[in-house]
Design a protein around this ligand. Structure first.
Ligand code: HEC
Length: 162
């Protein structure tokens, strides 16, 4: 369980979570709690039931999301199909796919999951050497760097390109 990770003793952590101690101290008023809830949804969406596919974020601003995309250096690795004016990717080896495009349509939950926890689900459609290092995604996890509003706008931008 993700919230239990910072605690060295798992049992003690569980007790904290049950009592609401750790949870409320660290997570109350925290955007992270929101993100974790969404991320859980993304996880369900990648399963066979597809239940998480009905999840959608509040409406975001795709133009603002494009700015977040560039400022967060997503374009270091990713091109986006059908979107001009982005810096060209420079990652070596190159990422073997572009984001966006109707054939690769992802739900909001799947996109959020891909952004906050890239190693959770990695497609096996691409050579591992181009997407993974030591079993982990080459993509950094953005869970501590984006505000919830930035995440919403980023997803709106990627959905707009799909
Ligand atoms: C250092 C390179 C790198 C950077 C920077 C990076 N990514 Fe990625 N990204 C990857 C790799 C590699 C994958 C494929 C493995 C995986 O799913 O994590 C990927 C996968 C994805 C996927 C899932 C695509 C699919 O078809 O499954 C999305 C969505 C995505 N990235 C969005 C972003 C966004 C948005 C940013 C910026 C906030 C970003 N990435 C920054 C390397 C990067």
């Amino acid at each position: 369980m993700t919230v239990a990770r910072p605690c060295p003793i798992r049992q003690a952590c569980r007790r904290e979570v049950v009592r609401g101690g750790l949870f409320s101290q660290r997570m109350r008023n925290s955007a992270l709690f929101f993100v974790f809830s969404i991320a859980a949804s993304g996880c369900a969406a990648s399963g066979s039931s597809g239940a998480g596919n009905s999840f959608s974020l509040p409406e975001g601003d795709p133009e603002a999301g494009k700015v977040v995309f560039v400022e967060s250096q997503c374009s270091f690795c990713h091109a986006v199909d059908g979107v001009d004016g982005l810096p060209a990717p420079v990652a070596e080896p190159p990422i073997p796919f572009a984001l966006g495009g109707s054939s690769k349509r992802m739900s909001d939950g799947q996109l959020v999951r891909a952004i906050v926890d890239p190693s959770h689900f990695m497609s096996d459609a691409y050579p591992e050497a181009a997407t993974q290092v030591g079993g982990e995604s080459r993509m950094p996890a953005y869970r501590n760097t984006l505000t919830v509003q930035q995440l919403i706008d980023l997803v709106a931008f990627l959905q707009d390109a799909s």
